[in-house]
Design a protein around this ligand. Structure first.
Ligand SMILES: [Zn+2]
Length: 634
């Protein structure tokens, strides 16, 4: 319910796409919420990274009715330098024993850190087996949660950003990925599991079933997940540019008839992203969805968990398979790379499959959201503040809108070429920072984008631009001033499209505003009778018209008499332009009169007795089109 504007629009578009509205609004990626960390729990980030985990072999036996977990996990580790060996594992889990290369080893388990009485030496490969049990669902965290649908349990994990250790021994860092993941999930046999990679086998033994999931692509711990419930499957094959891809969906039985059609929208989006960027990153395995009880979704690698199957949520989580999973943000400070891209690719889905108006409306919503918290920067300086890390206005909406501005700055071809290079060049490393992204787009465009990244990513705020113009015939003098919304003194480097409008034609010129005050002489080869600043809403700024009186001799609106004394008649010269709304403004922009005419009229009369003498701007609207006239009241 947090992002209601987006939701209502999503609702509208859902109707457009699949002919049936979603039942309830949703949020985007769910993530672990801040409240998880304000109830006496600390955010624990590893600082003992003298090794990496190359393989996880987990045997997890769960009681789906209580959440109880009985686990044996073997981690293959590669030592990077000598030192003590420790893992992240929540103290709620009782550790029974630890084996180091097959031998029992003493350990301590304090403050969510499992420390082995073992010094590892440089470059060694070792195997550590940890046997533990407990009930992570009692933590009250989203990281491992037992919930219910239709009276049936659903047990799901959600580890982003720091929650994997609640149920799995880890080394939670954003500087390496695990090469191989094998999850052996044991649960009552009336249930099914959904997890990363491919389901290799299901073996039933008495009342239990064990399903073995294997994933042979590099994966970070926050993307490891499973969910167990009485799922039904809806599976088929998608034909992509590098071949066939298995598409596997785990849906509640009570929803499957309704959701099939909505799930089918994935195919078009998958084809689009697969052709626009690099091929789908996990071709040898699958892409899939599993339904869960959280309102939003989470892009678990090859298996997104979904609160619903709306077009927007499908697009967002699918986009993460490239931006977030294949190439992961290089630090949590760079989380906007995951979320800004996923949000922008959702917008690209609208651009591709909706009409121009739909895409424009989506961008406008993003822009409105992006301006909600001018005091925050897209770059997340404080990674301990999880709710700020995943702040929708900033990390998602502003991140996405900045990407749109970047696209406009460098042009479509270079923008998408730069993104393909970004994915290609960082997929092996698996991580990329804001600096890396800037470098790739600069290389592709040959432009210095330092100002751009500084002002939109690293600094907070956005500009407030006042504009006015004056001129005659085919030439105008445009005056622009800017200040930072939060008055922090930032002067923005802005490329602002200015549309010069004539009665029959128009033209758009981009001006580069780099000072607090600048004037631009602009000309067209036709008679200019109106000027529009940033007509397509492509710059993150607030604009305000300040007077330009000599231009208000409108061709469309007559005001009689002018100068006027006690009454004024406003008359449209065109049969196709009526008056729906009317406003009277002082020259400093203050509105002194607002009138609505539910039955649009060709002419209206207004009473001027309440207004002091002076020069005013009279403005009328009809179907979104604005007309202005200059009025003198005596
Ligand atoms: Zn997301």
């Amino acid at each position: 319910m947090k992002f209601i504007g987006i939701f209502l629009f999503a609702l509208f578009l859902s109707i457009f796409y699949v002919g049936k509205a979603q039942v309830q609004p949703e949020s985007y990626c769910s993530h672990l919420m801040d409240s998880d960390f304000t109830q006496g729990r600390s955010i624990h980030k590893s600082n003992h990274g003298n090794y990496t985990i190359s393989k996880v072999l987990a045997h997890l036996k769960t009681d789906v009715y209580t959440g109880y977990l009985d686990a044996t996990v073997t981690l293959s580790i590669k030592a990077k330098k000598s030192g003590n060996l420790a893992f992240d594992l929540h103290n709620n889990n009782q550790v029974e024993y630890v084996l180091y290369d097959g031998d029992t080893v003493p350990f301590t388990h304090l403050a969510d850190k499992l420390s082995l009485n073992k010094i590892i030496s440089n470059n060694g490969n070792h195997q550590v087996t940890i046997k533990y049990e407990g009930n992570p669902s009692t933590l009250g965290s989203r990281s491992y949660q037992l919930q219910h649908h239709n009276g049936v349990p659903v047990l799901s994990t959600l580890s982003e950003p720091y929650g994997a250790k609640d149920w799995l021994p880890t080394l939670q860092q954003l500087n390496y990925k695990t090469d191989t993941l094998e999850l052996n999930l044991t649960f009552l046999k009336e249930f099914k599991s959904a997890a990363n990679g491919l389901l290799q086998s299901r073996v039933e033994d008495g009342q239990w079933a064990t399903e073995k999931w294997v994933h042979y692509y590099p994966i970070n711990f926050y993307l490891v997940a499973f969910s167990i419930s009485n799922y039904e499957e809806y599976n088929y094959t998608l034909n992509l540019r590098e071949g066939d891809l298995f598409f596997q969906n785990f849906v509640y039985p009570e929803n499957i008839d309704f959701e099939r059609k909505r799930i089918d929208t994935t195919a078009a989006l998958m084809h689009y992203f697969d052709s626009l960027f690099t091929p789908y990153p996990y071709m040898n395995e699958k892409y899939g969805h599993a339904e869960w009880e959280w309102g939003g979704g989470m892009e678990h690698q090859t298996m997104s968990f979904m609160g619903s199957f709306s077009f927007d949520l499908i697009a967002h989580e699918l986009a993460h398979q490239w931006f977030g999973n294949l190439v992961t943000c290089g630090s949590w400070q760079d989380i906007w790379i995951n979320e800004g891209f996923a949000t922008y690719l959702n917008a690209l889905g609208h651009e591709r499959f909706s009409n121009e108006e739909g895409f424009r409306a989506w961008l406008k919503l993003l822009k409105d959201n992006a301006m909600r918290k001018p005091q925050l920067s897209v770059f997340a300086y404080d990674t301990n503040n999880v709710s700020q890390l995943f702040d929708y206005s900033t990390t998602y909406a502003k991140g996405a809108f900045v990407l749109h501005m970047l696209r406009k700055r460098v042009g479509d071809d270079i923008f998408f070429e730069g993104l393909r290079n970004f994915l290609t060049n960082y997929k092996t490393k698996g991580f990329a920072t804001t600096t890396d992204l800037q470098k790739e787009i600069e290389n592709a465009s040959n432009l210095d984008l330092n100002d751009f990244f500084q002002q939109w990513i690293y600094l907070p705020s956005y500009p407030v631009v006042n504009y006015g113009w004056d001129g005659t015939n085919n030439q105008i003098l445009l005056s622009l001033t800017q200040r930072s919304k939060i008055d922090d003194g930032t002067i923005f480097n802005l490329h602002i499209p200015v549309k010069l409008k004539g009665t029959e034609r128009d033209t758009t010129i981009v001006v580069n505003l780099v000072q607090s005050e600048q004037k631009f002489l602009l000309s067209a080869d036709f008679l200019i009778d109106d000027v529009d600043i940033d007509p397509e809403n492509e710059v993150l700024m607030e604009t305000k018209l300040v007077g330009a009186p000599s231009l208000y001799s409108s061709n469309f609106i007559d005001v009689l008499p002018n100068p006027a004394h006690s009454k004024l008649v406003v008359l449209s010269r065109s049969r196709s332009y009526l008056i729906e709304n009317l406003g009277l403004f002082k020259m400093d922009g203050e509105q002194v009169l607002s009138m609505d005419y539910p039955n649009a009229q060709r002419f209206v009369e207004i009473d001027l007795n309440d207004f002091s003498p002076g020069v005013y701007i009279l403005r009328t609207w009809y179907k979104g089109t604005e007309r202005n006239a200059r009025v003198i009241i005596k």
